[in-house]
Design a protein around this ligand. Structure first.
Ligand code: DAH
Length: 345
């Protein structure tokens, strides 16, 4: 009897050697025959009772070897089939097929306006200066000729860093003027775009964070007329070739004389009427001739050099341009709002 059991094992081994797996169906048939729940090798274990005691161990090893052999053949066959499948898939790959389109994001309205302002000034030789948002009191206020008792320094307006009376979040990009003037000598022709912070109650009209673009031009013989011409160019590029400007006298600690610039929009359209509150004039920026005190604070000789500066509020411009009536929309990241802006500049 024991001989029969070994013989059957030998027959199974021969069958395994002869097995060819050429497709998925063949693989499955092989699996059922040799590895399935009622497979031939398993049935062979039932024969062990007929094997002489002294050969039982040998028989057990033979059956185990068969099992391993069957598993090896199955895995090899499976691997080969997978390889052919992926080779076929690669052969069918059409590399010239258009890709699945990626949904395109849109540019934030503040970024659109910032980029536009930057590109207008870059065209006439201004370079971008970027500086820190955490400033010290000197660059933000003292250097900018803002006296100690100026209300802008008040805790109500300025975010000071914890336990510090010197470190603060800059309240305007004018601090970049001091940074640039203390690190390079004229001629200086920069614009400084960036975020600024003020401790204001958040409402539809004002926010505790917003963006400005600062401009600074220092050289020999720079005049008020140069400033007016530069700002006129900016207004025409920004608001259209027919735009007119006017400069109204104003006050800023760091400029003397100081002005605010309005652009003429007229009242003919409903939009122009609304934006200018019926006056035809839209307030756009603050500007002026750099105060000699500011120059000397920053080690630039006011006897030799003069210059002009200006500061543009970006959110205000974006709200006007897109007819948005609540500044908070610009900081909420509501996709329904953001999606409305074209990704092109
Ligand atoms: N720093 C001013 C502000 O925050 C804006 C400003 C006005 C900047 C006049 C200037 C300037 O450079 O000349 O409101």
């Amino acid at each position: 009897m024991s001989k029969d059991a070994f013989k059957i094992a030998e027959e199974i081994s021969t069958k395994l050697d002869a097995a060819t797996i050429s497709d998925a169906a063949g693989l499955e048939a092989f699996r059922i025959q040799f590895l399935g729940s009622k497979n031939e090798i398993k049935a062979l274990f039932g024969e062990i009772k007929n094997v002489a005691n002294e050969r039982k161990k040998e028989f057990g090893q033979t059956v185990n070897a068969l099992k391993n052999k069957a598993e090896g053949i199955f895995e090899k066959g499976q691997g080969a089939l997978e390889n052919t499948a992926s080779a076929t898939a690669h052969a069918n790959l059409d590399l010239s097929r258009p890709t699945v389109p990626n949904p395109r994001g849109s540019t934030h309205p503040v970024t659109i306006v910032l980029n536009k302002v930057i590109s207008i000034f870059e065209r006439i030789g201004f370079t971008v200066a970027e500086e820190r948002e955490i400033e010290d009191d000197w660059h933000n206020f003292t250097a900018m000729n803002t006296p100690d008792d100026h209300p802008a320094r008040d805790m109500q307006d300025t975010f000071y860093l914890k336990n510090s009376i010197d470190r603060l979040l800059r309240t305007h990009t004018s601090s970049v003027q001091a940074r640039v003037m203390t690190s390079q000598q004229p001629p200086i022709r920069i614009i400084a775009p960036g975020r600024v912070y003020r401790n204001e109650t958040i409402s539809a009209r004002s926010h505790c964070q917003f963006h400005q673009v600062e401009g600074l031009f220092i050289d020999k013989n720079v005049s008020f007329a140069d400033m007016k011409q530069t700002l006129m160019y900016f207004a025409k590029e920004m608001y259209g070739p027919d735009t007119d400007i006017r400069l109204r006298p104003s006050y800023f600690p760091f400029t003397e004389p100081s002005a605010e610039m309005d652009v003429w929009m007229g009242t003919a359209t409903d939009e122009a009427y609304r934006l200018t509150k019926g006056t035809g004039w839209l307030e756009v920026l603050g500007c002026g001739m750099v105060d000699p005190n500011v120059l000397s604070n920053c080690n630039i000789d006011p006897e030799i050099y003069t210059g002009f500066a200006f500061g543009i509020g970006i959110e205000r411009t974006a709200l006007q341009k897109y007819g948005i009536n609540d500044i908070r929309m610009l900081f909420e990241n509501d996709l329904r709002f953001l999606k409305q802006f074209n990704s092109a500049i």
